[in-house]
Every structure is written in C-alpha cells, then in structure tokens.
Design a protein around this ligand. Sequence first.
Ligand SMILES: NC(=O)c1ccc[n+]([C@@H]2O[C@H](COP(=O)([O-])OP(=O)(O)OC[C@H]3O[C@@H](n4cnc5c(N)ncnc54)[C@H](OP(=O)(O)O)[C@@H]3O)[C@@H](O)[C@H]2O)c1
Length: 404
Amino acid sequence: MDNVLIIGAGAAGSVVAKKCAMNRDVFKKIHLASRRLESCRRVQAAAKTPIDISQVDADNVAETVALIQKVKPDLVINMALPYQDLPIMDACLEAGVHYMDTANYEPREEAKFTYKWQWPYHDTYKAKGLMAVLGCGFDPGVTNIFCAYAQAKLYDEIHTIDIIDCNAGSHGKAFATNFNPEINLREVTQRGKYWKDGKWIEIDPLSISAMIDYPDVGPVKSYLIYHEEEESLVENIKGLKQIRFWMTFSDNYIKHLEVLSNVGMTRIDPVMYKGTPVIPMEFLKHLLPEPSSLAETYTGKTSIGVIFTGVKNGKKQRHIIWNVCDHAETFREVGAQAVSYTTGVPPVVGAMMMFKGHWKGQGVFNVEQLPPEPFLKELGPQGLPWHVRELKADEQGSLFAVKT
Ligand SMILES: NC(=O)c1ccc[n+]([C@@H]2O[C@H](COP(=O)([O-])OP(=O)(O)OC[C@H]3O[C@@H](n4cnc5c(N)ncnc54)[C@H](OP(=O)(O)O)[C@@H]3O)[C@@H](O)[C@H]2O)c1
C-alpha cells in the first residue's frame, strides 16, 4: 500500500497533503481532491514534493466513486466536513477501498455528535474485507490512543478520564474559530454531557467549569462540553466509572458566542429572508475568517492531553499524557496554525500505520481499538512529541474538586 487520496483541501486537509508529501518513502502517490480546485492548487504549489489534484463534490457518491476508480488509492482520508462522512464511506465501499476520517458524521439539520450512523457500516466493511478508521485527528484521535496506551501500559483498571484541551494561542482577530466555524459553533452551543456510572448526564451549555493546569501553559478556565470520543471510549475502556471533556474558551469568545446565540445567528434551521431560505449559522460562517487565514499571525501554544485515575497492582495511580504544539512553529513548517496541524498530522501517522501493516482489520474501528504503540512511536518524529508522567497528590486540585 502506497497510494493515498485525500478529500478536503481546507485548513487540516492541507496539512495532511503537505505532510504526506514530506514522507515519500511511505506515500509514493498522493492525490488531493476538494470541492474547489483552487483550494487544491494552493496546496499543490506549497507541497514539498509533487502531488496530483482533482475537483470533486464528495456529497455526490457517483462522482467520488469515479474519482476513486481513476486514482486507484489504497486509502481515502476524508478531511472534508462531517456531512460528507457517509457519502465518502459509501463511495469507498462501492469502489473497494479503505477509509479514514477525523470527525463523526453529522446531519446538516441537527447538531448531533454520535457514531450511531457510522458504526452500523461495520458488517458491510467487514464483508468486503475493508477497514474504516474513525476519528483519527487529535481529539478524537490521539487522545483515544493515549487512553489505549494507558489501558495497556499504565493501569490494570482506569477509573476516570478527563480529556483536557487548551488553545492558549492568540490570532489577533476580534472573533474567529480555529477550525471550520460551522462545525465548531455547533459543537460549543449544544448542551454539555458527560458519562458517569453507566449513565449520560446532560448539563446546560458551558454551565460547569474548572481551572485546569495545562502543561507548558499554566492554569486556564476550562468548560465541560460533550465531545464525540467519549462515546467510543465508554465502550472500549474497561472498568471506567467517569469520562469528561474540558475545553478552554476565552471570556471574549464566550461573550461573542452569547450575543450571536441570543440574536439567533447560531441557528441551524432555515429562516426566510426576502423570500429566500437562509441558515443563519451558514451565513455566519461566510462572514467569519477562514481558520487557515489565522495561521500567519498566530502566536502561543495548544496543550492537549488526558488525565487518568485508576489502579495498578492494587495501588491508586494518577497520570497525565499530553502534547504541546506551537502555532508559529507549525506555520514555519507547513504554513498552518497548531489546531490544523494537530488535526492533520495524526491521520498521516494513522495512514502510515495502515500502509506499514501495524493497523489491520476488517470492519469499522475507533482508533483506541488499534495498537497504540507503533502510532505513538511515529507521532513525535512527525511533529507531535508526547509526554507522560505521574501526577503528584496536590496537582489538578480544581479539576478533581468538581463534583459531577
Ligand atoms: N479530530 C480532531 O482533532 C479535529 C479537530 C478539528 C477539526 N476536525 C475535523 O476536520 C475536518 C476538516 O476541518 P477544517 O478545519 O480543515 O475545515 P475547513 O477548513 O472548512 O475544510 C473543510 C474542507 O472541506 C471541503 N469540502 C466541503 N464540502 C465538500 C464537498 N462536498 N466535497 C469536497 N470537499 C468539500 C472544503 O473544500 P473547498 O475549500 O474546496 O471548498 C473545505 O476546504 C472537519 O471534519 C472537522 O470536524 C477534527
């Protein structure tokens, strides 16, 4: 296996294509396709080695099948939007090729983060001898793999998982989102949710917060939100009692979000305007800066990781596993900010795992179901070094004090 087709030449997809082009020992043939050929042309011009490009509307299964039949890839990496997951999975099935993505399917009319639409593809992928790898970005993605590693190496039983995600960077704009604005705002404005003792517990949006001490960054106020990897980790981490996901948002971000929600600009249902149906969230996306445009002036770091509690050999343990990524450094390397970089590098490493035979299987898999060690061995050399250490008794007091 050495031939990859990447669909989606946006902020993160550009990183995938550029990084593949820096690893020609693994990726002999690279093809990037997107809705607009001009998006592909920009990436092609900036890639270190030659890549091929095409225009494709990935909502159209027949068009995608025709492209796959022309390119004959071993793997399709879907870096378009969650709306395209199912059509691209269908196209891969029809054309007989492996599939990978970084975000679960969402219907346009409902902001609902669940694997309930993609997991049922397991039997058909299996029957065709194909593999679909879901959620291979950073979170979901690397965070799931940190959990698989902790389960295999650090614990007999993991009891609690807190995924912590901080962007301590500054893009200098009054308001912007770090990845696709529509997807980002749908994620943040939905009700929060966490899992405890076998049950999902819903909370009002951004109603629970804690000061979390992020490696290399320090304490930052973080909000409990729902994130899709919780759904698969609950299934795949044995003995788990609680899982929560925390993300930092500046006061400025929350102020803008509140105003936008209050006036109806984050609605995802059509509103009639002068006889034309307009979806306010889609219009808002049109007005906001493209995430890729933030890269040039971005300063600061992302610090993302997982905090575990559990037992090993009858002793209580606490660990943190994390990565820190610098916006200016990733811009120098691939012309992208750190949020796009941390999203784009993991699918490249995941594709390497499949091409080198470390990740094998037939059916649909979340990344924590695949061997974590070869992936983690390659992650640092590809630009995302990770670290693990035990927590001292007095660390992360504010987080552990939140009674949920
Ligand atoms: N797991 C993680 O850690 C993580 C983190 C952040 C984001 N993500 C996911 O990563 C994906 C990409 O995010 P992003 O920030 O790169 O978004 P983005 O900049 O908006 O890029 C998405 C690209 O998809 C392309 N596209 C949209 N509809 C298409 C269609 N019908 N056919 C073909 N191409 C289409 C667009 O192409 P054109 O430019 O050609 O119009 C766009 O450039 C999203 O699914 C997002 O949810 C995952």
